[in-house]
Design a binder for this molecule. Structure first.
Ligand SMILES: NC(=O)c1ccc[n+]([C@@H]2O[C@H](COP(=O)([O-])OP(=O)(O)OC[C@H]3O[C@@H](n4cnc5c(N)ncnc54)[C@H](O)[C@@H]3O)[C@@H](O)[C@H]2O)c1
Length: 489
């Protein structure tokens, strides 16, 4: 049963349009199933088509599904939605056997989604840290190894999730590919374009699937936004803007995270979330980038800020900003976001002081966030089934079309159009992490196309690098490795 909250502005749209687009998503399947049963006997009748009757149906179907927005405007939509859902939902029955390399904070974030995905089985983990290996082995009754090579020699492992530090993404991917393992690699895909090229070559040569994760562009909000844009219902996409204000710089960091040459800093680490998302919405082909980076806190030797202007090949502009210094948090801009910060204002001030006087034990703080650490539960495991969205590492994203703007709401999207604002809920079930696992499963087991391919990840990395290059040269950078966004949603 869905647990969606209901926004008062939610109304049924009776003549098709963008609500239909939502209905085509696989993750609305459960809501639709309930509604199909309920509506099917009623939609055929003339009475059901009257506005009063539709209001009544909406109220009753919302009660049935817990879902505030009607996803249905006519019978045709049901068929389309169900057909689409059948085509894209992961199925196929058998379990995909997965190994994780680098059981750190990033891995701890994805583990609950892996546990919740019935057709994924974690069979092995590798890390140089014996404490995390031990916890992983006991929790999942899995094999553990102290190197990527040993894990990739395990014949049971079919696919490898690589969440080691950024400088290892390329070598570890190539090791896995050469041993015939499919790969999901964390963002950023690599530190340089030549590394990314090597990864793509290794994947092609060994005929393995390479998915460049693990960004927020996988999320249902983004995919739904894309659907609305692509439908043309609001006219042409004219601009996309995203800005994030986070505490990224105050979270505990390892030595490699504090070194730009090893892929440290906000542009490398946070850029991919925003760039991937903007590219997905804007069609993928970025023509040029003008960017700047900022580093203004003495306690951290890496950039904690970037701002950039990207222009797509068709002239559509996009802007992106991330400030990770943690004074103002963008989550404060939404009424429901104030109590969702990792640290209080006072804690953030104390951390800054500790970083300046060298008294913070970063290794201990970071290890507390990894699997089995004191913070793991609170941060990644006991978060409730369906938390409202807040502007987190992706930030606040606004897509502007000729006849309206789209942005995220608590559980869906606000669509600001000529008729006012509508809150279109996104049905539960496909967080960005689950969606990424689905993409992996579908690619490996069902041989379905990958959306976040190697060339796609490389194009996102090119933008990321161009922001840093532009900041140094104070010039616009022209791009040459861009690829179009996939047709499939
Ligand atoms: N997508 C996201 O939301 C997200 C969130 C956090 C981290 N990440 C990504 O995860 C990666 C790791 O970052 P993190 O914050 O988890 O850091 P981390 O230090 O907590 O995790 C890295 C893990 O890799 C292990 N490791 C280091 N060298 C290794 C080697 N040679 N072989 C095997 N294991 C090795 C470390 O012991 C550690 O447990 C980064 O690429 C980061 O961008 C992504």
């Amino acid at each position: 049963m869905l647990k969606n909250s209901v926004h008062p502005s939610t109304k049924l749209r009776t003549n098709g349009g963008w609500t239909e687009i939502i209905g085509e998503f696989p993750f609305v399947l459960r809501a639709l199933e309930a509604r199909v049963a309920f509506f099917s006997t009623l939609l055929a009748t003339d009475r059901a088509k009257s506005p009063e009757k539709i209001d009544e149906l909406n109220a009753r179907s919302s009660a049935l599904t817990g879902h505030g927005e009607s996803l249905l405007s006519n019978g045709r939509l049901i068929e389309r939605a169900m057909a689409s859902a059948t085509n894209t939902a992961p199925s196929g029955g058998r379990k995909l056997k997965l190994g994780i390399v680098g059981i750190g904070v990033g891995a701890s974030e994805i583990l609950p989604a892996m546990e919740a995905t019935a057709n994924i089985q974690m069979v092995a983990g590798a890390d140089v840290n014996p404490r995390v290996r031990d916890t992983f082995r006991k929790r999942y009754n899995a094999q553990t190894y102290d190197s990527v090579e040993k894990l990739c020699d395990d014949r049971e492992v079919e696919a490898v999730w690589i969440s080691t530090p950024n400088k290892f993404h390329a070598p570890h991917t190539i090791i896995a590919a050469n041993r015939g393992k499919h790969v999901v690699v964390e963002k950023p895909m690599a530190i340089s374009l030549s590394e990314a090229e090597g990864m793509i070559e290794a994947a092609d040569k060994n005929k393995i699937k390479l998915i460049c994760g693990h960004t927020q562009s996988f999320g249902p909000h983004i995919r739904t936004m894309r659907r609305i844009i692509r439908s043309g219902e609001l006219g042409r996409l004219c601009a996309v803007n995203v800005f994030a204000y986070t505490d990224w710089m105050l979270r505990p960091r390892t030595a490699e995270e504090l070194d730009v040459s090893q892929g440290g800093g906000v542009p490398y680490r946070q850029g991919p979330h925003q760039i991937d998302t903007l590219r997905l919405l804007g069609g993928g082909m970025v023509r040029s980038v003008r960017g700047t980076t900022g580093q203004w806190f003495r306690g951290r030797p890496i950039p904690g800020y970037y701002a950039a202007f990207m222009e797509f090949a068709d002239g559509t502009p996009a802007t992106l900003v991330h400030n990770g210094y943690g004074y103002f948090l963008a989550s404060e801009l939404v009424p429901w976001g104030t109590n969702r910060s990792r640290y209080t204002y006072e804690e953030r001030a104390a951390i800054r002081k500790q970083l300046l006087d060298g008294t913070r034990n970063e290794n201990e703080d970071k290890d507390a966030m990894r699997i089995g650490g004191a913070q793991e539960g609170q941060l990644f495991r006991n978060r409730g089934e369906r938390r409202p969205w807040v502007p987190n590492d992706l930030g606040i994203l606004i897509a502007s079309c000729e006849r309206g703007d789209i942005r995220q709401s608590q559980h869906g999207l606000y669509v600001h159009g000529d008729d006012g604002v509508k809150d279109v809920p996104i049905v539960e079930g496909s967080t960005s992490r689950r969606a990424e696992l689905e993409e992996l499963y579908n690619a490996v087991v069902l041989d379905r196309p990958i959306r976040h391919t190697g060339p796609w990840g490389m194009a996102t990395l090119e933008v990321c690098l161009a922001i840093m290059q532009s900041a140094k040269k104070r010039k616009e950078i022209m791009l040459s490795h861009q690829v179009p966004a996939p047709e499939e949603d």
